[in-house]
Write a protein that binds this ligand. Structure first.
Ligand code: CA
Length: 218
């Protein structure tokens, strides 16, 4: 499984190091930057699952950087020494997911990170395609608003196709992704699953067979 990546924007080295060491131990991949401009630069080039953002930073401060980050739809937890209510409200209304006041316990930070990531993934893991909605977290599907039963493999196939809509997926690739094994040319398993999926979700016209190659969701 891919490691979750966290960007730590904090100019106080001691705090930055402490956060990085503990998050790394907890299994997150961390990148540290020490000012707002560098954070903006690195965010342009890299994808992160979460940002820990100090409010008081040299140059661009945390709230200003937040304005820049917001359209990226990456969850942010503000970190600050300022415990005033006004700052807390400002932090949350500017789009941050949470707010933590220094000094803080590592356990509290980890707990909040966990909550934000779970909440955020739940919200973002609903995939839609026309009148089909797939909830990746619950592994449930509705078709025209009605709950529809799919087998686990059919569900995995559906998610794969929705995430790659408009792209022709090679049979080998589909097999590897969904069954986790090498494709056998004589196998009819994939074709059977595709037929079932089409029938259950009315995808006869949109889940196309690409002759001798694979399948594509239009
Ligand atoms: Ca600071």
């Amino acid at each position: 499984m891919r490691m979750l990546r966290i960007l730590i924007v904090e100019d106080e080295r001691a705090i930055s190091d402490l956060v990085r060491i503990n998050l790394t131990k907890a299994g997150y991949e961390c990148v540290c930057v020490y000012d707002g401009m560098t954070a903006a630069d690195i965010l342009e080039q890299n994808k992160f699952d979460l940002i820990i953002l100090d409010v008081m930073l040299p140059g661009l401060d945390g709230f200003e950087l937040m304005e820049y980050i917001r359209p990226m739809a990456v969850p942010v937890i503000f970190l600050t020494a300022k415990a005033s209510l006004a700052d807390r409200l400002k932090g949350l209304t500017s789009g941050a997911e949470d707010y933590i006041v220094k000094p803080f316990e590592t356990a509290e930070l980890l707990a909040r990170i966990g909550i934000v990531l779970r909440r955020y993934n739940k919200e973002s893991e609903k995939l839609g395609y026309n009148n089909i909605e797939a909830d990746v977290e619950k592994r449930s599907v509705t078709y025209d608003g009605t709950e529809t039963e799919l087998t686990p493999k059919e569900f995995d196939l559906l998610v794969l196709f929705i995430r790659n809509r408009g792209i022709t997926l090679f049979r080998e690739k589909i097999y590897e992704e969904v069954w986790g094994m090498e494709f056998r040319a004589d196998s009819r398993t994939l074709d059977l699953h595709i037929q079932r999926l089409r029938k259950k979700l009315g995808l006869e016209n949109s889940l196309k067979t690409v002759f001798k190659v694979g399948y594509r969701l239009e």
